[in-house]
Design a protein around this ligand. Structure first.
Ligand code: CMC
Length: 429
């Protein structure tokens, strides 16, 4: 008998089955041979929220939550944050290798030639109310791009697919900035292709009457690093949504709009906003002990702490904390940082948090940085969606190239009524 197998005895029938183990997993479909009789569908695995189900093989991102490791295509996130830039990292995430100098120059050129959006996208954003959430505008405008680029439905044509990937990466900052300018009541700024990806985004957000906007190099670099850190995070909720919609062969614009909608949820892309609200509510260092006691009594969570996968530190959190101090050199100190640092110090010494393996996650300090950069809290999930566009597209392309993938269609355990006859209305109780 091979050792890379699992032997299962079905006590309902007394039969034993040998199931192969590959890459630390069994195939759920192998369980279907466990039947009570030939008509039986076969045994299923039941896994709400997919907490222990691998839905795909993927070569993009490796995450080791116990040891606080995050790798894109094998490269540690710390090294990419220190040495790379967002567009180079995007190339790596999408194509699997770091680009040569010539490849990088061509890639950057290709992205910046797609930064403009059709003028009608402006009118679409204009149609929203003055106080619309920017994420609503972002999702709608991304979905609308599908109708501006109808050839995008040819998802199995590699050239067409690559063109949409470039368009989406190039256009999401423009749409994001339009949504911000709309709520502020400011005129929209067109892209400035002399600037870097992050620099151009800052320009589209903040340029007022000056002829040429010059992004502050520290803020430009900080944003670029935050973009690198958020580029991909393997099979999270929004990526799973991108793959599920993509598996029905929808075009990438509508699929990405769906992924962004998942990100909009407060359990996913909204935690950094919640951290800022929490720190503001605590108000001062003196109020921290009482707040911590209320968390331990179960009256609320310490937002920005804990993670489904990281049960040691979140490697992104460490980088973001350092970045916060760099940003404050330019923007002035955000007073919330003192409360955050003290909260972290107390939590890391407290038995409640130690025993539950709760450490600061990426969102604990990122909101403080965004706030120091004058970005309204409503924009925080949009700032997450811009770089995650790269991860969503890489995962979507991987799905389409994977011969094992089909339309995503989970099974269910039916708990409803058995078959019964229709009752006329006068006969109902
Ligand atoms: N503050 C206080 N207690 C907590 C916290 C927290 N932030 N997180 C978890 N716990 C407790 C929880 O109450 C439970 O305690 P007990 O065993 O006594 O019932 C225990 O720790 C285990 O928690 P869990 O809910 O089973 O953990 P989970 O893996 O289901 O949840 C989480 C992970 C991120 C949803 C959760 O830690 C949380 O809500 N954190 C705050 C929100 C947050 O910061 N989210 C951002 C995640 S990082 C963004 C990203 O990577 O996309």
């Amino acid at each position: 008998m091979s050792t890379d197998t699992l032997t299962i005895t079905d006590n309902r029938t007394g039969k034993s089955y040998e199931i192969p183990i590959s890459d630390g997993a069994i195939r759920a479909s192998d369980l279907r041979q466990l039947k009570l009789d030939p008509q039986d569908y076969g045994l299923m695995s039941y896994d709400p929220a997919f907490t222990n189900t691998a839905s795909t093989k993927s070569a993009i991102t490796y995450l080791d939550g116990d040891n606080g490791k995050l790798l894109y295509r094998g490269y540690p996130i710390e090294q990419l944050a220190e040495h790379s830039n967002f567009l180079e990292t995007a190339y790596l995430v999408l194509f699997g290798e770091l680009p040569t100098a010539a490849q990088l120059a061509a890639w950057q050129h290709e992205i910046i030639t797609h930064t403009m959006v059709h003028e009608n996208i402006k009118h679409l954003v204009d149609a929203f109310r003055h106080d619309a959430h920017p994420m609503g505008m972002f999702i709608s405008a991304v979905a609308a791009l599908s109708s501006f680029h109808p050839e995008s439905s040819q998802i199995f044509d590699p050239e067409v697919r690559l063109l949409q990937i470039k368009r989406l990466i190039a256009k999401v900052p423009t749409i994001a900035a339009y949504s911000y300018r709309h709520i502020m009541g400011f005129p929209y700024n067109y892209p400035d292709n002399d600037l870097s990806y992050a620099g151009n985004f800052l320009q589209m957000m903040f340029k007022m009457t000056e002829q040429k906007y010059k992004p502050d190099p520290v803020l430009e670099r900080a944003l670029d690093v935050l973009f690198i850190l958020h580029a991909d995070h393997e099979q999270n909720c929004s990526t799973n949504t991108m793959r599920a919609i993509g598996s029905a062969h929808a075009d990438p614009y509508v699929a990405l709009a769906g992924a962004a909608a998942a990100l909009y949820g407060p359990l996913h892309g909204g935690a950094n906003e919640a951290v800022v609200h929490m720190l503001a509510k605590i108000g001062s260092i003196a109020n921290i002990p009482a707040f911590m006691e209320s968390v331990k009594r179960g009256e609320g969570k310490l937002m920005g702490f804990g993670h489904r996968v990281y049960k040691n530190f979140d490697p992104r959190g460490k980088i973001v904390k350092q970045l916060a101090y760099d940003v404050f050199e330019v923007t002035g100190r955000n007073p919330l940082i003192d409360i955050a640092v003290e909260l972290e110090r107390i939590a890391l010494e407290d038995e409640y948090f130690i025993s539950r393996k709760l450490y600061p996650n990426v969102d604990f300090y990122s909101g403080i940085i965004y706030q120091a950069m004058n970005l309204p809290t409503q924009m925080f999930p949009v700032l997450f969606a811009i770089p995650r566009t790269v991860g969503w597209l890489a995962q979507w392309a991987e799905l389409l190239n994977d011969p094992e993938q089909k339309i995503a269609r989970p099974r269910q355990v039916y708990t409803g009524s058995p078959a019964r006859d229709y009752t006329a209305i006068e006969g109902r109780k």
